[in-house]
Write a protein that binds this ligand. Structure first.
Ligand code: AMP
Length: 295
């Protein structure tokens, strides 16, 4: 571990730093877009426990935003982020410029992600997952960590990155660790976007996890259940609380296929939702382990 947080503002300082620690131990990597909260910090803490060195990156990747407005409104509070990283003894933070990540002549690959790219988040945010893969692949090429830490809060993103790692032959070279979603005391999944919610919206937003928990309960208690009905109840409830729209509330199996009433509901491994309140789009999910189903 380093004595003090080292801030790396460009590829040169990153390269020098990586050279200096080469052969001295494992390097854990946590990619982020900043506005750090306890969800990010949990990933960093896990990496610190499991590796000799930990590096976090802060880069707001325009390529993964489909709305210019959402990109421009994304919180940027680097000073506060650096203090948080310092407080948990993170070793390095990489804060690259656009030119470091996307130098002139940079050719973005097109990743073969299969159908997952067009479902749920992929459907509502066209191009989003290609953008995520481009930046994560680029950061991995620059950093070449031993282990990559991602949050299950972005469940579909975890699956996408797993696919990308296989496609570019970075797995098993880079070990992937998927970590649990961190929530506030009321159950709201922490997200940098929550900074834009006022107190009233924050309270209302708790309905997402409540509906996910209720849906999971119906499923594991009652077995083959009417998924269309659960979905309708959840959507109605979320709208009634004051969300302006619900993009989806869906059940997926372990190959990320959507399950409806024609499928076996006990194949559900996760329930995912995305909904918008006060113009802010939130996502959340709940997972179901096989052993949680009543036999
Ligand atoms: P972001 O800064 O939103 O791109 O997130 C960076 C990483 O932190 C991603 O792997 C996210 O899945 C993870 N993350 C974001 N929110 C949470 C949370 N509430 N709990 C756990 N991990 C999270």
């Amino acid at each position: 571990m380093q004595e003090k947080l080292k801030v790396l503002y460009n590829n040169n300082t990153l390269h020098q730093t990586l050279e200096a620690i080469k052969g001295k131990g494992k390097l854990g990597f946590v990619p982020t877009m900043g506005a750090l909260h306890e969800g990010h910090i949990s990933l960093i803490n896990k990496s610190i426990i499991e590796n000799e060195f930990t590096i976090c990156s802060i880069f707001v990747n325009q390529k993964q935003f489909n709305s210019q407005e959402d990109f421009e409104k994304y919180p940027n509070i680097l000073d506060v982020d650096l203090q948080k990283l310092e407080a948990v003894n993170c070793d390095f933070v990489f804060v690259p410029s656009q030119a470091d990540i996307y130098p002139e002549g940079f050719k973005a690959k097109n990743y073969d992600l299969g159908n997952i790219e067009n479902l749920l988040e992929g459907f509502y945010r066209p191009g989003h997952f290609q953008g995520v893969c481009i930046v994560v692949n680029r950061l991995l090429d620059l950093i070449m960590p031993s282990k990559l830490y991602l949050g299950r809060k972005d469940y579909q993103q975890c699956q996408v990155i797993q696919k990308m790692l296989h496609e570019v032959n970075l797995q098993p070279l880079i070990d992937l660790s998927l970590e649990p979603t961190i929530r506030d005391e009321f159950g709201l999944a922490l997200s940098s976007r929550n900074l834009r919610l006022d107190e009233d919206a924050k309270q209302k937003a708790i309905i997402l996890i409540k509906c996910l928990r209720d849906a999971k309960e119906s499923l594991i208690q009652n077995g083959d259940y009417n998924l269309v009905q659960i979905k309708k109840n959840a959507t109605d409830t979320i709208l009634k609380v004051g969300f302006e729209s619900v993009d989806y509330f869906e059940f997926v199996d372990e190959t990320f296929h959507i399950i409806d009433n024609s499928g076996n509901s006990k194949q559900t491994v996760a329930i995912l939702t995305a909904a918008t309140i006060n113009g802010i789009r939130l996502i959340d999910n709940i997972e179901i382990l096989k052993e949680e189903y009543a036999s």
